[in-house]
Design a protein around this ligand. Structure first.
Ligand SMILES: [Zn+2]
Length: 82
């Protein structure tokens, strides 16, 4: 005994737009929040260890002058004269 509803075979070739839009926004937000959370945790761990939060260069917990390696918290300097 076979149920007739299971014998219908169809190939989905058109998107269901409301579902596609909702899923796109939902998973994009989920990916963005996860990325920001992991980045914040990584920067916090580097900061508490006295390292540059951007490049992990050892600053010996002296954050005032910024990072000489990557320029984090450094003022923009004038370009070198030719
Ligand atoms: Zn740095």
């Amino acid at each position: 005994m076979v149920n007739a509803a299971y014998e219908v075979r169809a190939i989905p070739y058109r998107p269901i737009w409301p579902g596609l839009i909702f899923n796109t926004i939902f998973y994009a937000l989920l990916a963005f929040v996860t990325h920001r959370l992991l980045r914040t945790i990584r920067e916090h761990r580097r900061f508490t260890k006295g390292r540059c939060p951007t490049c992990r260069y050892d600053l010996n917990a002296n954050f005032a002058p910024g990072c000489p390696e990557c320029g984090w918290r450094r003022e923009a300097t004038q370009p070198a004269p030719p």
